[in-house]
Every structure is written in C-alpha cells, then in structure tokens.
Write a protein that binds this ligand. Structure first.
Ligand SMILES: [Zn+2]
Length: 392
C-alpha cells in the first residue's frame, strides 16, 4: 500500500460524496500520518446529529523543529454525487483502462491526495529547512465550507503557513487566478389576496421581477464596461438570476417569490461593493415600496455561499517554487472557484496545481491519466528535494 495508484484505489473506495461522512477516510489518513510520527490536528464539525465530518491539518516540521512558515499542500476529501450519471464501471472502484484511472474523485481531487499519501515516508525522512503542511477539508463541493472553517481556526492553533499549493485538477499547470463565487437567495414576502382585489395584496412576483430586471442591467454593465482581464475564458465579471419560484394559482396575488442569483467576479474585483449595491436596491428602493402598499410585506437576503477569488502575482515565491518543481507555466486564469481564494485571503500566497483535467471532474467516467499522476509524483519529489535545501 505505498504507490499513489494503491492510495488512489483506497481513497476512492471511501464514498465521500459531500452529503455523507468523510470520517472513515480522515481516520485512514490520520492513522497513516501517525505511523510516520506526525499527529494531525483534526477539526471536527459538530452538527445536530453529531460529528460526521472533519478537516485534517498536519505539519511535518523543519529539521530544526520549526512549524511556522513553509508550504501547505491543500485538497478536499469530498466528491460530487454519481446519482443519475451513466458510468461504465463502478465509480468507487478504481479501474485502469488505456492509461487512465477511472473513478469518482480520481481527478477532483483524490489523485492529488493519493500522491501526497504515497510520499509521506519521503517527507518524513527529508531534512527540510522549512515545514511542509497538509490541509485536507470536507464540503468543498457544496461551497468551500470545510476549508473556510479550518482556515478560520488557524490563528487559535498558531498555524501561519507562508504559501500553499491547492491540488485541484489543472493538468499540472500553475494557475494564479480564478474568479470568486457569490451565491444569494432573495425572498420577497408579499401579501396574498384574490386576484380581483389587487389593492389588498402585495404581489411578490412583481417585485421579484423588478429586481431581476435591475440585476440583468447590472450584469450587462459589467459585460460592457468591465473591468476586463483577458487571461480568463470569459474576461469580465458575470452574473445572473438562475432560479425562481413563486405563486400558488393564476387567480391569487402571490405572497411569496424566491430567487437565487449569483455573480462570479474577477479575482481582482472586491465582491463587497457589489453586494452593497444590490442590498441598497433591495432595501432602500423595493422594500419601502412594498411596505407602503402593506406594512407586512418585506424582503430577506441570504448569502448562500461565497468563495473568494484568487489573484496571485506572477512574481510570487510560490509561483516560482511551483515552476521550479515542474508545474507548467500558464498565464491563463480559470473560471472555476477553489479553496485557493480562501488561503489567499488569509494572507497565504497560493497557486492551484494538480493532476487531471477539470473538464472530466464532475462527469460520469471521471478519470485521471497515469501520466498526470506521475507528473504530480515528480512535482512532489522535486518539492521535497527543494525544501531540503535553503530557498532564497
Ligand atoms: Zn475539487
């Protein structure tokens, strides 16, 4: 049980779909770390039905015992569901066909975790001048929840790494930038009435409709006026109202309408002013109008998920380090969000670099190429080697 393929087989066999527990997988990893003399810090997540999930953080100290600074290798342990997908083989049994390893999470992102696990002995034996840390999270696929909690608890555990490599599938390209994800729910609470008596009601759908039009114009403005960054496949901040429900009958003034809207902002764009702008329209324009009709009416805005963007400078140490370890150079930024933005926001210089392609990540017959795993092994071996020498 030492090669990365063995580890991948073992990790994929744990069904860690986000809505399930990840504790068995975490136990397995923690047990292995202990055999290499490292006691991991576990961050259990308390819920009403007990603890079903945990983050794991582990530090291999520098040769002089130092644990601050150094490099984090970060990855999530959860995977997306397989329900409704047409797989050619069991998604939780790794199968090799034509140089590819098929299975749920092989690319996103147990391949990266497996390569790390296969190198624990080498990491433990290296006489490193800087510490190497592992940060394994849960609930990444449902809004980066685990990593957000773990990074939030870094200060109380005295954890302050200098740089971080997030092993999301990037084809081993060193990705310096991605957009932020910002997802919201708005609930318009009107007043129901018979549709022949409109003055007695407040039409929640009509107010939702006004917001939708306001938001559509806002996103059209981003598209037209920028800011622009051509390193992204879609070079501006995008957004939309993507879900709506409301009303109960054709002859009833609806007292409820709920929508979900999102925006994905360039890594350099601060999402806060956008949220403030939307909030002002909802609560300074629409809600007073609703309440002028009937005081019982109102609006609720809920932040469903927010993942910060990533924008690491081309001259950052971690970029140089990743290139020196064999990560491929690219100026391309990506549209998918990752935990990298959270580390970046916490003051940790971060890049994304991992085996496999994001295009196959959430689909049926997800795979990672053996060649990609080998490239990642070489990357990690080079990293371990470099940490063994003084970095400038
Ligand atoms: Zn992922």
């Amino acid at each position: 049980m030492n090669s990365s393929v063995d580890w991948l087989t073992r990790l994929v066999a744990f069904d860690t779909t986000s809505h399930r527990s990840n504790l068995e997988l975490i136990d397995c990893i923690a047990g292995e770390l202990r055999t290499h003399g490292v006691e991991p810090v576990l961050f259990p997540h308390e819920q009403e039905d007990g603890v079903r999930k945990a983050n794991l953080f582990a530090t291999f100290p520098a040769q002089d015992g130092r644990t601050e600074g150094g490099v984090v290798l970060s990855g999530h342990t959860d995977v997306v569901p397989v329900e409704g997908q047409d797989w050619d083989s069991d998604p939780f049994t790794v199968q090799e066909r034509d140089g590819r390893l098929y299975g749920r999470g092989t690319a996103d992102m147990k391949g990266f975790l497996a390569v790390i696990m296969s190198r624990l002995e080498a990491i433990g034996a290296a006489r490193m001048t800087e510490p190497l840390h592992l940060a394994f999270s849960y609930d990444e696929e449902v809004g980066l929840l685990g990593a957000e909690r773990m990074i939030g608890q870094f200060p109380e555990h005295g954890i302050q790494p200098a740089s971080c490599i997030v092993g999301e599938p990037s084809g081993m390209r060193v990705v310096r930038g991605h957009k932020s994800i910002n997802l919201f729910t708005v609930r318009f609470r009107g007043v129901a009435a018979h549709s022949s008596l409109t003055p007695q009601g407040v039409n929640a759908i009509h107010y939702a409709g006004r917001f939708i039009e306001y938001y559509r114009k806002l996103t059209a403005q981003w598209r037209q006026d920028g800011p622009f960054d051509d390193a992204y496949p879609v070079p501006f901040t995008t957004g939309g109202v993507n879900l709506i429900s409301g009303g109960i009958a054709g002859n009833t003034v609806p007292d409820a309408c709920e929508i979900e809207f999102e925006f994905r902002a360039l890594g350099t764009v601060d999402p806060t002013p956008v949220v403030e702008q939307v909030r002002a329209y909802l609560f300074e324009v629409l809600e007073p109008e609703m309440q002028a009709e009937q005081p019982a009416a109102g609006i609720e805005l809920v932040i469903k998920a927010q993942g910060p963007g990533l924008d690491t400078g081309a001259d950052a140490d971690v970029v140089e380090l990743a290139h020196a370890c064999g990560g491929h150079r690219t100026d391309e930024k990506v549209t998918y969000g990752t935990e990298a933005g959270l580390f970046h926001n916490a003051g940790v210089e971060t890049v994304v670099c991992g085996p496999g392609e994001i295009a196959v990540a959430h689909a049926a017959n997800e795979y990672v190429e053996l060649e990609q795993l080998e490239a990642c092994e070489a990357f990690l071996d080079a990293l371990i080697g470099r940490l063994g020498q003084a970095r400038a």
